[in-house]
Design a protein around this ligand. Structure first.
Ligand SMILES: [Zn+2]
Length: 248
């Protein structure tokens, strides 16, 4: 049986991007009101993290559009750290910029819903996900028709697919600082709007240090790795602007 999600609260409207939150029955009891705030605790946390993520994404997008990345020390440093690019060149920038542009376009042209869930049976370590549905999904469920790059009869082609909403786990949101929640949101948004992938332990990062959990991720993989984009965007934004934000 599909999970039911309740309520709908606006989280952010930044540069045309609209993000809303909904809660599963299991997670709604974690969203109790704060002392000084009418919103629940989880909503309050997301109210900080999602605008932060959107600001970072828009900032990094503008740096690429303006051609500043090659001269930004933190652009080069973050590209080395998360994409394993040791000498950043223009063609690398094009590849990274393409994914970032798809994320911005997706967020600016859809109303993005963050669904907060309590847990996934059999997958205790999953902090977030985006489900993928095929085109045969009944029309009423087709919220987000987007295109997947694929090969048809040996030729590259764009195939329409439907992706589900961004899902984030309630325990992770409550435990994480805004920076880590922003990384998680951007990770899932990159899956949803830019069809990025996961590469298991070598593609996920350790929360405290930001290093990959296991070695071995290649540059080619990193350039389509969801986590690489989440971390790259947030680190580039925070360090280039010398923002004093807790990162764990
Ligand atoms: Zn992922």
């Amino acid at each position: 049986m599909p999970k039911l999600y309740f309520g709908q609260t606006g989280l952010a409207e930044t540069n045309g991007a609209q993000v809303h939150v909904r809660y599963s029955y299991g997670s709604i009891f974690h969203n109790l009101p704060c002392n000084m705030n009418f919103d629940g605790q989880v909503t309050t946390k997301l109210n900080n993290a999602i605008p932060l993520a959107l600001q970072a994404l828009n900032y990094v997008h503008d740096r690429f559009t303006g051609g500043h990345v090659l001269s930004d020390p933190e652009g080069k440093y973050s590209a080395e750290r998360y994409f394993k690019i040791y000498e950043l060149q223009e063609d690398h920038c094009w590849k990274i910029a393409l994914v970032i542009k798809m994320m911005v376009a997706g967020l600016n042209t859809n109303r993005t819903v963050v669904k907060v869930f309590r847990g996934l049976k059999g997958h205790p370590t999953v902090n977030g996900y985006v489900t993928s549905r095929n085109i045969n999904t009944p029309k009423k469920h087709r919220n987000h028709a987007i295109h997947h790059f694929t090969k048809k009869d040996g030729n590259p082609a764009w195939r329409p697919v439907n992706k589900g909403d961004v899902h984030m786990k309630v325990a992770s949101i409550m435990r994480n600082c805004d920076y880590v929640n922003a990384v998680l949101f951007l990770h899932e948004a990159s899956h949803k709007y830019a069809s990025t992938a996961d590469f298991g332990e070598k593609g996920y990062t350790v929360k405290n240090t930001g290093a990959y959990r296991e070695g071995g991720l290649t540059t080619e993989q990193a350039l389509i790795n969801a986590e690489s984009y989440g971390k790259f965007i947030m680190d580039y934004y925070i360090k280039q602007n010398s923002l004093n934000i807790a990162i764990w």
